[in-house]
Design a protein around this ligand. Structure first.
Ligand SMILES: [Zn+2]
Length: 316
């Protein structure tokens, strides 16, 4: 059977060993676009002294998907925040919470509000403040609420609280509300104080002794793991260069990753080199890679989730 691309069109990247169509030469290696983007971002993080753990993890997890992201591409991912731009690399972090106003079809008029909580350390008062700000920006009233619906679900490592008014605007009436949300009391959304209290109860406690609610199933970003920034950056890079692939034996994989890190990062940055003749369980970089892996994968899964959603929007 003819495949779309002949295997001969592909070469293997010297850094991550994945087949790629086009490779570029850097420091004696032929590397793929993804690795080029990764090294560019790592150098930008070191050169600009980015020390915040979440910014390091968010930035490096994102370049795995976007390769050379611009602010425009980065801003399409509402669950991530663009903190700043350094050497043309958007520094990003996973938000603790986000809000999505679900509008009626072919209209901007709100139908429901989805509050998404990603971190167990999200503060319910901050969640309700964001909810209130969003309602105010969209001209949605909540002060005379006489009823409504609040539902929740735990999916994709995210707590979603969906708020709906007591009555939904009939689809036939939607076109008559061009800009302003309908004033009627039955269309009022739940007050922020109620959202705050429900959010607090749903999150519960992630403490092992008093475990309750959903907080334990959410991400733990928002509180540092107290790794140094250098260890976080190198741990993330090692993980993304192949440490995540458990099908490869460490004795093959780790010396290769060490050589790549030495060549592309540690030598040019004048930092102590890793041994390329084998590895020992005492090398802390492999432990650091395991430590950051959960957080890296979490950001990656939210990036992919946004991609799936925009694909669905475009193609139904
Ligand atoms: Zn590569």
């Amino acid at each position: 059977m003819d495949s779309l691309h002949e295997p001969s069109e592909y070469e293997v990247c010297d850094a991550c060993t994945t087949p790629a169509r086009e490779l570029r030469r850097y420091a004696g290696d032929a590397i793929c676009e993804r690795c080029e983007g990764l090294f560019t971002a790592v150098h930008a993080l070191f050169d600009n002294k980015i020390t915040d753990e979440e910014e390091i993890v968010g930035t490096l997890a994102f370049v795995q998907f976007a390769f050379h992201p611009t602010v425009e591409t980065a801003s399409n991912y509402r669950r991530l925040e663009v903190v700043k731009i350094v050497d043309e690399v958007p520094v990003m972090r996973l938000r603790k919470m986000a809000i999505l106003v679900v509008a009626h079809e072919r209209s901007d008029i709100a139908r429901a509000v989805d509050i998404e909580v990603f971190s167990r350390h999200a503060d319910p008062s901050e969640v309700s403040a964001l909810y209130e700000r969003t309602l105010m920006e969209r001209g949605i009233h909540y002060d005379q609420c006489s009823g409504g619906a609040i539902a929740w679900s735990m999916r994709n490592a995210c707590l979603t609280i969906t708020v709906k008014p007591e009555k939904e605007l009939h689809p036939a009436r939607v076109p008559y509300f061009k800009e302003e949300y309908s004033r009627g009391r039955i269309y009022s959304f739940a007050p922020p104080s109620l959202v705050r209290d429900i959010c607090r109860t749903l999150l519960g406690s992630a403490n092992k002794r008093t475990l309750s609610g959903y907080a334990y199933a959410l991400g733990d970003h928002g509180r540092s793991t107290k790794m140094t920034s250098e260890k976080t950056i190198l741990g993330c890079t090692a993980w993304l260069l192949g440490e995540k692939d458990k099908s490869q034996k460490p004795k093959v994989q780790r010396p290769r990753i060490a050589r790549v890190l030495n060549n592309h990062l540690l030598k040019p940055l004048d930092k102590p080199l890793l041994s390329e003749d084998g590895w020992s369980p005492e090398d802390t970089i492999w432990r650091d890679a395991a430590k950051v892996s959960q957080r890296l994968m979490r950001v990656g899964s939210f990036v992919q989730l946004s991609d799936t959603e925009s694909f669905k929007q475009h193609f139904g």
